[in-house]
Design a protein around this ligand. Sequence first.
Ligand code: ZN
Length: 617
Amino acid sequence: MSTGRYIERESLLRLRSIIDLADLVGDYAKLKRVGSNFQATCPFPDHAESKPSFYVNSEKGVYTCFGCNRHGDAISFLMEMEGLTFNEAVVNLAQRYQVELVYRGNPEQDTRPRQALRILEEAKTAYHSALLELPRDHEVWAYTRRRGLSEEVIRELQLGYAPEGWQYLVERLRALRLDLDLAVEIGLLGQGQQGRVYDFLRHRLVFPLVRLSGSLLGFGGRALSAEVDQKYVNPRESFVYQKREHLYGLHLTRHHVKAANCCVVVEGYMDFVSLYARGVKNVVAALGTALTAQQLELIRRFTDKVVLCFDGDRAGVRSMERNLPPILQKGLQGFAVDLPDGEDPDSVILKHGQGEMVRLIERARPLLAFYIDHRLNEEGGAYGRNTVAREVLKILREVPSRIDRKLAVEQAGRMLDIPESFFSAELGLVPEVARRRKERTTDVVPGNAEPEIGLLQALLQDEELVFEAGDLELVELVEAGPVHGALERLVRHAAEHEAVDAKVLLDEAEGTPEQAVLRAALFPDQRLGSSDPRQLYRACLDLLVRRAVERHFAELNREVARSLSAREQEDGTTSELKNLLERQGELRRCMARLKERPPGELEVRELVGLVRGVVGA
Ligand SMILES: [Zn+2]
């Protein structure tokens, strides 16, 4: 992005004012409303947590995680979550919220990712229109009809057809003057020894792979003739596509997964399409059988319940068994569907109808039970039971949650007919204390017990109050410390920017103790509720004023005592003592007036007027 073309500040500001951060984050995490904020388990894949420490302040457009310390606004969220640059994230958000961006400067040079995306988009259009333009009695249409796909579903999933020749896509891309070398690199084209390029997908039904952010990754293909080696091909791995990070179809089904609170995982494209077309929409395809940690993290953004629905053959069962450890380690609930021998989801539907498939999914067994059952069947006998018990023990050691482990132990004990105490004793070897200590690294959100923090929270909710606090020099009422520093920063920030921008404020405080205080105050403890900021402001100020007066009075008393003893030793001055006694008198009168007026009755300006000149002079 060094080409000098940049997005105009005004359109950026407009975009930021329109974005609903909770809506955006809601695509990645299950948000729970807490007062005026939202709470969730942290959506960032490398911060696997079981207790929620991620907060979104929708009104301010900022988020913070007290576990991994990430914080920022919608742009930084998308940058980090989707691996985008600043400009890419802005463009993505502008599309999402339909804000037109105004650019200034030189026309931007296309970067490689942008070019790759353009190529993929053109390829998708080319494949899709190739399919739609074919007569409906063509082989590929006959195939899709046999698999129960309506034209509507084909359009919805943007399926396409890669024609038989070797040059269909090559010619399309060449006509658009797109970079064919790049198309080779991202796997759309192949290249012969003489450097001649050709279509990688030929005579195949084409499935576009799309990220959650909506951008294309590549295409999978199902062969339409029997004599090819590979029935299915996946996109080549490149800087655009990494298999381990993708789940096919999730961009379409995430809301269904969230709503059903359950994600059905199938092996391949046709299993997915088949279920999707019949209305089972909380489904994704792993495009393989071993779920990776990244794929499980993707699922966990929307649900913690995973139902594996792999082929009903030896390989499918083995695959489901192999997914037990990673699923348990991620703290997810795993289930397995028992398909009839030799069937896959697609064939069950074709033979027995979708009702039967839905019933099988509903009857999915806990994955651990499935595992033990199948393993016992294979091993057989008392010796086999011993083997399986050892395997289960090994797996359960890795389960992070104590409750999950306890439930699993109960189940395993029952199924293997081994006393639960055996497992418990064996698992007791896991250093529980160390594990728990690690989980507890999250900061504690300060409660509103302290009026200093309440004041800060009130100011962060109402910009007007910040300016008033600046005019009235209220910061001086707060004792020195991080809260004092945070208030000072806030007032200074508001004066400099003529507004409060929570993201900028946090950035300015980067690396200081005040930052933690500001973040905590932006995401108040839910017990506070969302009381009116003005009320909170007045109540806290009242308390602060009374405390400040008392503090000064105690200080003054000490000084008077010191001065008296100094005079006794004849090195103090009478005028100093007189001065102190006068101030003591003023403070006493001030305290008497404060006492007459119960807390909450005094207006802010009255309060400040009462103590001005008495305190902090
Ligand atoms: Zn986090």
